[in-house]
Design a protein. Structure first.
Length: 139
Protein backbone atom coordinates (compact mmCIF):
# COMPACT_ATOMS: atom_id res chain seq x y z
CA UNK A 1 0.00 0.00 0.00
CA UNK A 2 1.26 3.46 -0.87
CA UNK A 3 0.41 6.17 1.63
CA UNK A 4 1.00 9.91 1.51
CA UNK A 5 1.99 12.08 4.47
CA UNK A 6 2.87 15.72 5.05
CA UNK A 7 5.42 17.18 7.48
CA UNK A 8 6.03 20.90 7.93
CA UNK A 9 4.52 21.81 4.54
CA UNK A 10 1.21 23.29 3.42
CA UNK A 11 1.54 21.30 0.17
CA UNK A 12 -1.55 19.38 -0.93
CA UNK A 13 -1.03 16.37 -3.20
CA UNK A 14 -4.05 15.72 -5.39
CA UNK A 15 -2.77 12.89 -7.61
CA UNK A 16 -2.84 10.05 -5.08
CA UNK A 17 -4.88 7.48 -7.02
CA UNK A 18 -3.10 8.12 -10.32
CA UNK A 19 0.31 7.99 -8.60
CA UNK A 20 -0.51 4.70 -6.89
CA UNK A 21 -1.53 3.13 -10.23
CA UNK A 22 1.56 4.54 -11.93
CA UNK A 23 4.00 3.30 -9.28
CA UNK A 24 2.35 -0.13 -9.36
CA UNK A 25 2.93 -0.19 -13.14
CA UNK A 26 6.59 0.78 -12.62
CA UNK A 27 7.04 -1.94 -9.99
CA UNK A 28 5.41 -4.59 -12.18
CA UNK A 29 7.55 -3.53 -15.16
CA UNK A 30 10.61 -4.21 -13.00
CA UNK A 31 9.23 -7.57 -11.82
CA UNK A 32 8.49 -6.24 -8.34
CA UNK A 33 5.37 -5.70 -6.28
CA UNK A 34 4.32 -2.86 -4.03
CA UNK A 35 4.59 -3.46 -0.31
CA UNK A 36 4.32 -0.64 2.22
CA UNK A 37 5.61 2.62 0.81
CA UNK A 38 5.20 5.94 2.61
CA UNK A 39 5.68 9.09 0.56
CA UNK A 40 6.35 11.92 3.00
CA UNK A 41 6.19 15.42 1.55
CA UNK A 42 8.11 17.83 3.75
CA UNK A 43 10.01 21.11 4.01
CA UNK A 44 13.72 21.70 3.34
CA UNK A 45 14.39 22.01 7.06
CA UNK A 46 12.61 18.74 7.81
CA UNK A 47 14.61 16.78 5.20
CA UNK A 48 17.83 18.49 6.35
CA UNK A 49 17.16 17.20 9.86
CA UNK A 50 16.56 13.66 8.49
CA UNK A 51 19.75 13.93 6.42
CA UNK A 52 21.82 15.01 9.44
CA UNK A 53 20.25 12.63 11.93
CA UNK A 54 20.18 9.40 9.94
CA UNK A 55 22.76 9.80 7.19
CA UNK A 56 25.32 12.17 8.71
CA UNK A 57 25.00 14.59 5.77
CA UNK A 58 24.76 18.33 6.36
CA UNK A 59 23.02 19.51 3.19
CA UNK A 60 19.60 19.91 1.60
CA UNK A 61 18.35 17.37 -0.92
CA UNK A 62 15.15 16.74 -2.82
CA UNK A 63 14.66 13.12 -1.71
CA UNK A 64 15.88 10.65 0.88
CA UNK A 65 14.88 7.01 0.45
CA UNK A 66 14.88 4.49 3.28
CA UNK A 67 14.75 0.95 1.93
CA UNK A 68 12.82 -1.76 3.82
CA UNK A 69 12.40 -4.10 0.84
CA UNK A 70 12.18 -7.86 1.24
CA UNK A 71 12.62 -10.01 -1.85
CA UNK A 72 10.56 -8.64 -4.70
CA UNK A 73 8.32 -6.63 -2.36
CA UNK A 74 9.08 -2.89 -2.41
CA UNK A 75 8.76 -1.19 0.95
CA UNK A 76 10.28 2.01 2.23
CA UNK A 77 9.96 5.67 3.11
CA UNK A 78 10.40 8.38 0.49
CA UNK A 79 11.03 11.76 2.13
CA UNK A 80 10.53 14.47 -0.50
CA UNK A 81 11.34 18.12 0.08
CA UNK A 82 8.64 20.12 -1.70
CA UNK A 83 10.86 23.22 -1.34
CA UNK A 84 13.78 21.58 -3.17
CA UNK A 85 11.51 20.19 -5.88
CA UNK A 86 10.17 23.72 -6.47
CA UNK A 87 13.71 25.11 -6.68
CA UNK A 88 14.76 22.30 -9.07
CA UNK A 89 11.79 22.95 -11.35
CA UNK A 90 12.84 26.59 -11.64
CA UNK A 91 16.51 25.70 -12.14
CA UNK A 92 15.80 23.08 -14.81
CA UNK A 93 12.93 24.97 -16.45
CA UNK A 94 10.39 22.22 -15.84
CA UNK A 95 6.86 22.25 -14.48
CA UNK A 96 6.67 21.62 -10.73
CA UNK A 97 4.40 18.58 -11.20
CA UNK A 98 6.79 17.03 -13.73
CA UNK A 99 9.76 17.52 -11.40
CA UNK A 100 7.78 16.11 -8.48
CA UNK A 101 6.89 12.99 -10.47
CA UNK A 102 10.54 12.58 -11.47
CA UNK A 103 11.58 12.67 -7.82
CA UNK A 104 8.86 10.22 -6.79
CA UNK A 105 9.84 7.65 -9.44
CA UNK A 106 13.52 8.27 -8.60
CA UNK A 107 12.78 7.14 -5.04
CA UNK A 108 10.93 4.05 -6.24
CA UNK A 109 13.84 3.21 -8.56
CA UNK A 110 16.15 3.32 -5.53
CA UNK A 111 13.88 0.80 -3.80
CA UNK A 112 14.05 -1.40 -6.91
CA UNK A 113 17.85 -1.33 -6.63
CA UNK A 114 19.04 1.38 -8.99
CA UNK A 115 21.74 3.71 -7.73
CA UNK A 116 23.10 7.10 -8.75
CA UNK A 117 26.66 7.25 -7.44
CA UNK A 118 28.61 6.91 -10.68
CA UNK A 119 28.13 8.60 -14.05
CA UNK A 120 27.00 5.27 -15.51
CA UNK A 121 24.50 4.75 -12.66
CA UNK A 122 23.16 8.28 -13.16
CA UNK A 123 22.72 7.66 -16.88
CA UNK A 124 20.76 4.45 -16.26
CA UNK A 125 18.65 6.16 -13.56
CA UNK A 126 17.81 9.11 -15.86
CA UNK A 127 16.87 6.76 -18.67
CA UNK A 128 14.56 4.78 -16.38
CA UNK A 129 13.03 7.99 -14.98
CA UNK A 130 12.32 9.31 -18.48
CA UNK A 131 10.83 6.01 -19.61
CA UNK A 132 8.53 5.67 -16.61
CA UNK A 133 7.53 9.33 -16.74
CA UNK A 134 6.37 8.70 -20.32
CA UNK A 135 4.19 5.84 -19.06
CA UNK A 136 2.48 7.98 -16.41
CA UNK A 137 0.15 9.41 -19.03
CA UNK A 138 -1.03 5.89 -19.89
CA UNK A 139 -2.40 4.96 -16.46
Amino acid sequence: MITFHFEETPFVFRQKTLTRRWLKLVAESEIRRIGDIAVIFCSDNYILDINRRYLGHDYFTDIITFDYCEGDRLSGDLFISVDSVKENSIEYGTEFEDELNRVIVHGLLHLIGYDDHTDEDISVMRSKENYYLSLRELV
